[in-house]
Design a protein around this ligand. Structure first.
Ligand SMILES: [Zn+2]
Ligand SMILES: [Zn+2]
Ligand SMILES: [Zn+2]
Length: 106
């Protein structure tokens, strides 16, 4: 699998961005609309000219998330219930759950 290219402004080497730069903000997402990886919704909006399309409910097994610490990919299904990375145990930001509806159809 080729290395995911994370796009958007001010990304560190663990996929933090200037919108979400806390210690737990280490997840990047591949967007359904353009198949491109961004650290967050706002990074996508500032960089792309098209509106976001959410992942359809039937595509929850797509490996659309990436842990910025170990760079392993995991599925939407896994992400929605994960409190940390199952590969490297890096904790994820529990506050992200409030934004899931912007990325995934529910
Ligand atoms: Zn897009
Ligand atoms: Zn961002
Ligand atoms: Zn990890």
């Amino acid at each position: 699998m080729e290395e995911a290219q994370i796009r958007g402004p001010a990304v560190d080497d663990q996929t933090r961005c200037r919108h979400y730069g806390g210690p737990l903000d280490v997840v990047a997402i591949r967007f359904f609309c353009c198949d491109r990886w961004y650290p967050c919704l706002m990074c996508h909006q500032e960089t792309e000219a098209h509106p976001i399309k959410r992942w359809p409910l039937g595509r929850r097994t797509e490996l659309a998330l990436l842990c910025g610490v170990c760079r392993r990919r995991f599925s939407i299904d896994e992400y929605l219930v994960a409190e940390h990375c199952r590969f490297c145990a890096a904790p994820f930001n529990p506050g992200c759950a409030a934004h899931h509806q912007f990325y995934f159809e529910t």
